[in-house]
Write a protein that binds this ligand. Sequence first.
Ligand code: NDP
Length: 236
Amino acid sequence: MEFSDHKVFVVGGSRGIGAAIVRRFSAAGATVVFTYAASADAATRLATETGAQALRADAGAREELIAAIRDAGPIDIFVYNAGLLVFGDPLTLAADDVERMIDVNIGGAYFGSIEASRLMPDGGRIIVIGSDTADNMPFTGLSAYVMTKAAVQGMARGLSRDMGPRNITVNVVQPGPTDTDMNPAEGPRAASMLGPMSIKRYGTPDEVASLTLYLAGPQARGITGAMHTIDGGFAA
Ligand code: NDP
């Protein structure tokens, strides 16, 4: 199988897109470790279903995340999926919510990627799940979230330079509206989400997982420092 003999570490794998990534890597023969913060039952069910190992570690708590990654030993493929979205008018959005988005969406992606890279063999992969809203933001109430997703674009460009000499690639997968708990296809915001899309259909977590596996595979060894949008044309 394509990912036999590979260890994959997925940060934020208990639900949604992260769970789809855990499923696909597990099915492809990888040894998968994934973290979760709040959804212990979902994490346990997914671990039983796939054979992956579930670890509780808050991605926004630097030392906790670093300890979990260090304990896993050498990681071939590091996927940072954990993400938090709090909508709100910037004039009234709680500063604590903004700081938490910064910690989870940016801080965890940066510190996690660096820690994973320490023991990563040459040719390893770092993939961060960003958002197409970093390229096209047609809505109000998302400034802080989009700030965090734009930040990981710069991070990936920079880290691709730092890690290029070891043939480690660093990429961002940028989903558009994708049917998960964060953005349900039947939810109150769904109609407005479909508006800017060329193909007016929510994506599935499995579609995002497919692109992630491609970037982790041998054919993608020359792709780095790049953004990969999968959004039905939302950002077109
Ligand atoms: P969900 O809210 O459905 O799932 C989020 C996952 O991240 C859960 O497994 C959750 O675990 C985990 N997570 C969240 N915070 C933490 C934390 N502090 N520590 C560890 N794990 C954490 O989100 P999606 O699957 O929709 O989103 C996945 C990624 O895709 C995010 O980065 C999101 O920003 C991005 N994205 C999603 C889009 C969409 O339309 N769905 C569009 C564009 C980007 P737990 O419940 O255990 O805390």
